[in-house]
Design a protein around this ligand. Structure first.
Ligand code: RB5
Length: 147
């Protein structure tokens, strides 16, 4: 089947602080028809978020996986680690508006979320905006090439 915005391979990981959100987000992604690769962790035991960020980004860099989702307490550490990777444009999003704009203008391929500062009630709105919005290209293509 042709891969579309509705049928992507999505790599996901968190740290202990993002573990519960990871479960919710994986379920939502699967319900939307995406193929989810869960890179852990599998419990709320304390772990180091950069290891999980690097694993997800490497999966995208190797090809075949289009998008990533990384969740930690604030989302900041995950976004810092992910953006060390060439070809990764990780965006820390706080709501549907930021998620939509980073897809339209930055062609973000990794969504970072702060589990401790994101209201679970807006999670589906945020995810829908990120995963259902296309990159606009044009002048934005030139700009992301300068990153
Ligand atoms: C873990 O306590 C916390 O530091 C981590 O989840 C994240 O917020 C780092 O940026």
């Amino acid at each position: 089947m042709e891969e579309t915005l509705y049928n992507m391979k999505v790599a996901i990981a968190s740290d202990h602080a993002g573990f519960k959100f990871k479960t919710r987000i994986s379920k939502w992604l699967e319900e939307q028809g995406h193929n989810v690769r869960d890179f852990g962790p599998d419990s709320e035991d304390s772990v180091d978020y950069p290891e999980f960020a690097h694993t997800v980004c490497e999966a995208i860099e190797q090809g075949g996986t289009q998008m990533g989702v990384l969740i930690c307490g604030t989302g900041i550490g995950m976004s810092m680690a992910a953006n060390r990777h060439k070809g990764i444009r990780a965006a820390l999003c706080k709501d549907g508006g930021t998620a939509e704009m980073t897809r339209r203008h930055n062609n973000a391929n990794v969504l970072c979320i702060g589990a401790r500062n994101t209201n679970p009630a807006i999670l589906h709105d945020l995810l829908g905006a990120f995963f259902n919005t296309e990159f606009e290209g044009g002048r934005h293509e030139k700009r992301i090439n300068k990153i």
